[in-house]
Design a protein. Structure first.
Length: 254
């Protein structure tokens, strides 16, 4: 049941950001995203300053820019959706490079791209500087509902187990000469998916019975009590406070 090993998202390093308590970082990222989302889409300069703030955090955390950019690829589906908006949205049309595009669609696409990218980048920095086990402890410290924390905990603990089970089933199919080439092979894949679900469900029942037999009553014991000093809270608050200053400056200028 231990989950002390580092996940592939975590970048092991020594930096002031890595040393911050997890609940401080979670609160800082959450407040930063709130400020970004509340920023009017017309304030283009503000989004540039937000990106600069994240770049400064990445530098302090010693997270390479290439790593952040590669992990930003997770938002490609949202980027594709945003790129379609100027073509399908209604409203006043403008000509851009010989194309007739919707002006509200352009603003909507920019709004999704800017705010979505900044939110994902902040999450990437959080995951790169905080181990998953520490994130769960931070959520507990922030009084996240116990059931949600436990669901996330078991998902992280047994995600690799289920992935390994899928790999063994794929190897077994390949050893019998199976290769999915068309629709007629979907029945075999569906059967494999059903077998994986049943095995996962049975494993979950066995784990639950083992936990109950060891005194589990609905709440996991907190082994490591995570605390934070005022200095650490102040250091973590630097990012959302700087973003808030940018937001208030834009509000006063408009």
């Amino acid at each position: 049941m231990g989950a002390g090993h580092a996940h592939r998202l975590y970048l092991a390093a020594r930096s002031p950001v890595h040393d911050l308590p997890p609940h401080c970082k979670i609160a800082a990222v959450f407040c930063f995203v709130l400020v970004v989302v509340s920023t009017p889409r017309e304030a283009l300069w503000a989004f540039g300053l937000y990106a600069l703030l994240l770049a400064l955090v990445a530098g302090a955390a010693r997270v390479p820019a290439g790593l952040v950019l590669r992990r930003l690829l997770i938002e490609v589906p949202f980027v594709a959706f945003a790129l379609l908006m100027p073509f399908v949205a209604r409203g006043e049309r403008v000509d851009v490079l010989g194309l007739s595009l919707s002006e509200p669609g352009l603003w909507g696409a920019w709004n999704i791209l800017a705010k979505g990218t900044l939110g994902v980048a902040a999450s990437v920095l959080l995951a790169s500087t905080t181990e998953l086990r520490a994130l769960l402890l931070g959520l507990q410290r922030l009084r996240m509902p116990q059931q949600l924390v436990q669901i996330a905990s078991f998902m992280l603990r047994y995600g690799d187990v289920i992935t390994d089970e899928m790999r063994r089933m794929r190897v077994a199919r390949a050893s019998r000469g199976f290769t999915a080439r068309g629709v007629r092979h979907w029945r075999v894949l569906a059967t494999s998916a059903g077998a994986l679900f049943i095995r996962s469900y049975e494993r979950g029942e066995r784990v639950h019975l083992a936990m109950v037999s060891r005194g589990y009553t609905g709440a996991m014991p907190v082994i490591d009590e995570v605390t934070a000093t005022r200095a650490q809270w102040a250091y973590a608050a630097a990012l959302p406070l700087a973003a808030l200053a940018v937001r208030l400056t834009g509000w006063m200028l408009t």
